[in-house]
Design a protein around this ligand. Sequence first.
Ligand code: ZN
Length: 230
Amino acid sequence: MQVEPRVTVWNEFHHERYRPESAAVYPHGIHVAIRDGLVAHGFADVRTATLDEPEHGLTQAVLDATDVLVWWGHVRHDDVADSVVERVKRRVWAGMGLVVLHSGHYSKIFRALTGTPSDVTIWNEDGERERIVVVSPGHPIAAGLGRFFEIEMEESYAEPMEVPNPTDLIFVSWFQGGEVFRSGCTYTRGRGRIFYFRPGHETFPTYFIPEVRRVIANGVRWAAPEASRV
Ligand code: ZN
């Protein structure tokens, strides 16, 4: 029996409260923009959770009722309690999907699951043009996309990103400054599927872009455990 995946969008929710440039773009928080994108793509059961809630909003009960967790973090990775990281990790091992966005590459949970520093080499917040090239057009995460799509202004990341070689490399980004980056990578850990997707700096309206919303929706569907993969 197929059932709708239950999704939790987690955000540290820091820049949008303390940095005017971010608040201007995401007045309700990045998590709300991501949730709205998923709802627009037909997901009916999408909740949000943020760092400053008790247990970061990720109690065992919430995680047990989550099929796919979406993660956005940047400057407060170290404030995420190790006990919560452990709880999330065990849920992924048991089959919960995890979609890690942008600077979430450096989150405790992503590093714990990859077993690597997961660091990137250099980055530039100036807002370069980015072209995201689909290198695995047959993959479900690339469904509905053309050969590439572009983002007018984004933060550039540079290789090498210190992660294990992905199971599937879905996207490679080119930035106008000349860097390239593996912007869409999949992994499995235990029974859980993990998708890393790079765009989404907190001062750019990336999570309102139709193609970005489509990729996140595709990623959530792909990462959902089999019984809820609709
Ligand atoms: Zn950023």
